[in-house]
Ligand binder design. Structure first.
Ligand SMILES: [Zn+2]
Length: 76
């Protein structure tokens, strides 16, 4: 890994949903500044609101479709 650039950095296991602490699959860059992270569940639940307040949405929820659901989301 080289220099980390915040804007296009892929989400990883250390990125956690601001609502429930699950692994985040959606990064919302707010038009007012700052960013929020959401798991797939909360990304769906707050989808409309997110798009209202977001300047940009980095969506990786598609990665869930190719991930076996049975894998536990433990600490490494
Ligand atoms: Zn969540």
């Amino acid at each position: 890994m080289t220099t980390a650039v915040a804007q296009s950095t892929p989400l990883s296991a250390v990125d956690r949903c601001d609502r429930c602490g699950a692994q985040a699959y959606l990064r919302v860059e707010l038009s007012a500044g700052g960013e929020l992270l959401f798991c797939a569940h909360h990304a769906r639940e707050h989808g409309d609101k997110i798009r209202e307040i977001a300047a940009h949405v980095h969506d990786e929820t598609h990665r869930l479709a190719s991930t076996p659901a049975a894998v536990p989301d433990s600490e490494h």
